[in-house]
Write a protein that binds this ligand. Structure first.
Ligand code: C2E
Ligand code: MG
Ligand code: MG
Ligand code: MG
Length: 284
């Protein structure tokens, strides 16, 4: 709707704007304001990475997922749902995603330099538009090189829709980066439309069970069988499997029974600032 209004406004000239539904006008200006704000926020360094622990079957922290946050003036700390879609549409996701990767790599390098944290791995979300940029592989290599981060500790989280967009480009880029030692995780697994034969062709390392399946473990028979299937599939394809959105001890217990041995979720920690994450690590 906002797109259409913008287009019509441009096509018809300024004065016709007053014929529009005021709600639509409001949506258009909110969108324009958000985009300008995103641009400015990037320059003003208003973004930060939060870190959510990933744990093994014993509850030991093995690493984290980096999750983007925006300290937007007058709005407080903003989560990605409200700005990633527009960042994607406007192309701002490219510089923003580059900032994320450089920041994540610097953190990974800092961990690697300290024996107490050298084992930690870091997962970073990559959006479709960012991944399909021509310079994506070179950008990742540059971020690794400039930071000195160990590629083997870096995992990129991709989504099924991203992988389906341009299969040749996808496979080529994944293979190139895998040669450097990077890992790939398939995020939100089970919510997309990719066929199993297709997924088999991709050089993945991990499947990440979407939180929508974990949420209803205690009472939804379908979700239980989906989880069983995903864990079995991962096993047969020799992929790691991690469950996201684990909030309760009984969800963890069920997942353990299904031989899932890696977890992420509020039960173990919410996404937190780096200071908070480091304190959590040392308190254990
Ligand atoms: P995601 O990659 O699937 O990340 C997991 C989301 O689930 C995060 O939301 C996290 O805070 C939330 N979560 C984790 N554990 C639990 C739990 O136990 N219960 C519930 N209810 N939620 C849990 P967040 O941080 O709001 O991020 C949302 C999405 O935004 C991410 O989903 C990812 O797709 C995207 N995103 C985040 N950071 C980045 C980034 O740096 N780049 C890109 N391209 N996308 C990002
Ligand atoms: Mg993710
Ligand atoms: Mg996910
Ligand atoms: Mg998700």
């Amino acid at each position: 709707r906002a797109d259409l209004a913008m287009y019509q406004a441009k096509a018809a000239g300024r004065n016709t704007l007053r014929f529009f539904d005021p709600e639509m006008q409001q949506a258009v200006s909110a969108r324009a304001e958000l985009e300008a704000d995103l641009r400015r926020g990037l320059q003003q360094q208003e973004f930060q990475l939060f870190y959510q622990p990933q744990v093994d079957a014993d509850g030991h922290i093995t690493g984290a997922e980096a999750l983007l946050r925006w300290q937007r003036p007058d709005y407080g700390l903003v989560t990605p749902a409200s700005f990633i879609p527009l960042a994607e549409e406007s192309g701002l996701i490219v510089p923003l995603g580059e900032w994320v990767l450089y920041t994540a790599c610097r953190q990974l390098a800092a961990w690697a330099a300290n024996p107490a944290t050298a084992q930690l791995e870091l997962s970073v979300n990559v959006s479709a538009r960012q991944f399909h940029q021509p310079g994506f592989v070179a950008m990742v290599r540059m971020a690794l090189q400039q930071s000195g981060a160990p590629a083997r500790k870096l995992k990129l989280e991709l989504t099924e829709s991203l992988l389906l967009q341009d299969v040749d480009d996808t496979v080529r880029k994944m293979q190139a980066l895998k040669q450097d030692g990077l890992g790939f995780s398939l995020d939100d697994f089970g919510t997309g439309y990719s066929s199993l034969s297709y997924i088999k062709r991709l050089p993945l390392d991990q499947l990440k069970i979407d939180q929508s399946f974990v949420r209803d473990i205690d009472n939804n028979v379908n979700d239980i069988s989906i989880i069983r299937t995903i864990v079995a599939l991962a096993g047969s394809m020799q992929l790691q499997v991690i469950a996201e959105g684990v909030e309760t001890a009984s969800q963890r217990q069920f997942l353990l029974q299904q031989h899932c041995r890696a977890f992420q979720g509020y039960l173990f920690g919410k996404p937190m600032s780096i200071g908070h994450f480091m304190r959590l690590l040392t308190s254990r």
